[in-house]
Design a protein around this ligand. Structure first.
Ligand SMILES: C[S@@+](CC[C@H](N)C(=O)[O-])C[C@H]1O[C@@H](n2cnc3c(N)ncnc32)[C@H](O)[C@@H]1O
Length: 200
C-alpha cells in the first residue's frame, strides 16, 4: 500500500474499505460482548488487526473493539478488564511510521493517560504495539489473542497459494477470485481454520 498521507496514499484512497469496516463493527462489538459478558472476563484483553495498512482504517476496527470494551457493564461497574493490548500487524514494508503517528490521538480518544499511569477516566489502560511480519507465519505466542480482526487483507495475497501453482495454472490470466473463476480458486485463497491456527 502507498504510505504517507499524500494524494495517492492508501490513507486518502481507502474510503470504500472504510465503509465496509463500518459494516463489520457490529461483529466486533458482538465478539467483545461474548468475551466480556461471561464470568471469565480477561484482565488484559488482547486484540489484533492483521493487515492494518496505514491511515484511518489501520485503527478503525481495534477502535471499535476498545469502545465496545469500555461500554461493557462488567468493565464499567466491576472494573474487571483493566488493560487492552492492541497489536497492529502488517508486512514489514508497511508505513508503520504513519500508523504510529496516529496512536497518540487514538489513545486520547480512548481517554488514556499517555504517561501509562492507567485509564484516565477509570476505564482500562489501552496500549498499542506493532507486530510486523507475514500472517502466513507465526506472529504471536500461542493462545495470546482474544480477538483478531482483519479487513481487506486475507484476500490481499502476498504469495500465490500453493494449490494454484502446483501443476496446472487454474487461474491463468487473472489476479483475483470472482464469480467467473474456476471452482478451485475460491477454496485456495480462503484461509482454512487450521492455517489460521498455525498463525495465531
Ligand atoms: C487493502 S489493505 C487493507 C488495509 C485495512 N485493513 C483496510 O481494511 O483498509 C491490505 C493490507 O494487507 C497487508 N498484507 C497483505 N499480505 C499480508 C501478509 N501476508 N501479512 C501481513 N499483512 C499482509 C498489505 O500489506 C496491506 O497493507
Amino acid at each position: 500500500m502507498s504510505g504517507g498521507d499524500g494524494e495517492t496514499s492508501y490513507a486518502k484512497n481507502s474510503a470504500i474499505q472504510s465503509g465496509v469496516q463500518s459494516r463489520l463493527k457490529p461483529l466486533v462489538e458482538g465478539a467483545i460482548s461474548d468475551l466480556c459478558g461471561g464470568t471469565a472476563v480477561p484482565r488484559c484483553l488482547r486484540v489484533a488487526d492483521l493487515g492494518c495498512s496505514s491511515g484511518p482504517n489501520a485503527l478503525a476496527l481495534v477502535s471499535a473493539a476498545v469502545d465496545a470494551v469500555r461500554r461493557q457493564p462488567s468493565v464499567v461497574a466491576e472494573r474487571r478488564c483493566r488493560e487492552v493490548c492492541v497489536y497492529l500487524n502488517d508486512l514489514p514494508g508497511n508505513d508503520f511510521n504513519t500508523v504510529v503517528k496516529d496512536v497518540p490521538s487514538f489513545l486520547r480518544e480512548h481517554e488514556n493517560v499517555e504517561s501509562g499511569g492507567g485509564g484516565g477516566d477509570g476505564g482500562p489502560l489501552v496500549m498499542v504495539f506493532g507486530a510486523p511480519g507475514s500472517f502466513y507465519g507465526r506472529l504471536f505466542p500461542a493462545e495470546t489473542l482474544h480477538l483478531v480482526c482483519s479487513s481487506f487483507s486475507l484476500h490481499w495475497l502476498s504469495q500465490v497459494p500453493q494449490e494454484l501453482v502446483d501443476g496446472v495454472l487454474v487461474n491463468k490470466g487473472s489476479v483475483s477470485a470472482g464469480r467467473t473463476s474456476a471452482p478451485a480458486v475460491a477454496p485456495a485463497v480462503q484461509p482454512t481454520p487450521s492455517a489460521l491456527r498455525d498463525t495465531l
